[in-house]
Design a protein around this ligand. Structure first.
Ligand SMILES: Cc1cc2nc3c(=O)[nH]c(=O)nc-3n(C[C@H](O)[C@H](O)[C@H](O)COP(=O)(O)OP(=O)(O)OC[C@H]3O[C@@H](n4cnc5c(N)ncnc54)[C@H](O)[C@@H]3O)c2cc1C
Length: 412
């Protein structure tokens, strides 16, 4: 009998025959050894069938969190199923911080890392780049530990759950820091093209929100490290908003993190949305494509060429920047990237033609999709051959492969 479990967006009903919620690593090992086919579920915030299976689905949310700071090594170790928001509050209370967070703190660490989830910041790698080590239960039930200096490590961090169950992660930490968030409105569109390089690097984290229509970009969210200085009174022609804002015009900002240039701990400013509220619009699908940061202006023009298809099914778009990394399946592999994100209306049939049009327009830039969002095809990754060899070693029977993984990673 299949379970009636859905993802956060409600567009995917999981087809798993059985769902397990182990409470110890030993239980994970037993479940995996006994299973013929198995997938891992994080917090279910992906918008496609990446986590799904028709066989055994394992949620790691029940493993003991056990947050352990190693001040000498500059890392924290924690269970993979813990949500960023929970870890961040504990880290900050102990005087520590992570380098960045995604737009929402609700997602599990192992699930976010497995898809290369990112925030924004020209100098900031995606969230997976903070991983210094991980422990995973592989197909035969063995507990394997990989650290950054291991030759397999770069293949195992962004791995779409295809190598095993990540039960523990170790992340780099720094002393805690304060951030000021200011929302600017009505950035003249022409100034974005003219000043893209300066705009993208104008703060620790920069996000542009636009609906791709009109002569202005709706909002710019600047997250600055607090140096005691007030936010600039103008940003390439955009002015600070006169009160709190939600990225989607007309939606109450009550679920958004504090704005108005008020300093506050990193984890209360880097996400756009508060842990205790529903993030984003709550009724939506999402897609995202990454191209090289230096191609951003040409990529904006490419999106605008298909805006007649995009805008009618769009709630809002977000443009962010992500630093290059060395993780084989990371969408930011060896490429400083611009992220073109689309929050769609919650209607798959209506949205797919716009996704296809974007993929066609962005193909010349070698666009890579976000693994956890709505897309049709992913390009071949330079290190795909190495990843397949690693998967063949750790999971020779393909126990962790579902239809999504077979299609996008193994070309089946
Ligand atoms: C409102 C909203 C806002 C978002 N904002 C952002 C954003 O700012 N930036 C961004 O990049 N993305 C964003 N996303 C996408 C989201 O971060 C990714 O889909 C992320 O992977 C979700 O994490 P999860 O724990 O829910 O993973 P799931 O969706 O549960 O799983 C994703 C993948 O991770 C694997 N996995 C999960 N747990 C484990 C584990 N313990 N071991 C091995 N593999 C595992 C699963 O098998 C699957 O392949 C957003 C999504 C939503 C709903």
């Amino acid at each position: 009998m299949s379970v009636d479990w859905k993802n956060w967006a409600g567009n995917i009903t999981f087809e798993a025959a059985r769902v397990h919620r182990p409470e110890s690593v030993e239980q994970v090992q037993e479940i995996v050894s006994a299973a013929e086919q198995v997938r891992v579920l994080g917090s279910g915030h992906s918008f496609n069938r990446i986590a799904d299976t028709t066989a055994d689905l394992v949620s790691v949310a029940g493993l003991p969190a056990e947050v352990r700071v190693d001040a000498e090594r500059g890392t924290v170790s924690v269970a993979g199923g813990v949500r960023y928001g929970e870890l961040a509050a504990q880290l900050d209370a102990a005087g520590y911080a992570l380098h960045n967070l995604g737009s929402l703190p609700h997602i599990s660490i192992a699930g976010a890392v497995a898809t290369g989830t990112h925030g924004s910041g020209a100098g900031l790698g995606n969230l997976a780049t903070a991983i210094a080590g991980l422990q995973l239960v592989t197909a035969d039930g063995e507990l394997v530990e990989l650290r950054r200096d291991d030759p397999d490590f770069a293949g195992a961090v962004v791995a779409l759950g295809a190598l095993g169950v990540v039960v523990r992660v170790e992340l780099d930490i720094s002393p805690t820091y304060q951030v000021r968030q200011t929302v600017y409105e009505d950035l003249p569109r022409a100034r974005v093209d003219a000043h893209w390089a300066e705009l993208a690097t104008s703060a620790y984290s920069v996000s542009l929100f636009t609906d791709w229509s009109g002569d202005t970009v709706n909002q710019v969210w600047l997250k600055r490290l607090d140096d005691g200085e007030a936010a600039p009174a103008e940003l390439f022609g955009a002015r600070p908003a006169d009160g709190p804002r939600h990225p989607i015009s007309g939606v109450s900002p009550v679920n958004c993190t504090e704005q108005g240039d008020v300093p506050g701990p990193w984890h209360t400013r880097l996400p756009h949305f508060r842990l205790e509220f529903t993030p984003s619009s709550g009724e939506e699908l999402q897609s995202e494509f990454f191209v090289a940061r230096q191609d951003a202006v040409a990529a904006f023009a490419a999106v605008e060429r298909v805006r007649h298809l995009v805008t009618p099914v769009l709630q809002i778009s977000e443009v962010r920047v992500v630093a290059a990394d060395d993780l084989w399946l990371s969408p930011h592999y060896r490429r400083d990237s611009v992220a073109l994100h689309f929050t769609w209306v919650p209607d798959t049939e209506a949205v797919l033609p716009a996704v296809a049009a974007l993929e066609a327009e962005l193909a010349p830039f070698g666009a890579r999709p976000h693994w956890g969002k709505v897309f049709h095809t992913a390009p071949d990754y330079e290190r795909m051959g190495d990843f397949r060899a690693l998967a063949a070693r750790l999971d020779p029977q393909g126990k962790f492969r579902n239809a999504f993984v077979r299609r996008h990673l193994f070309g089946e």
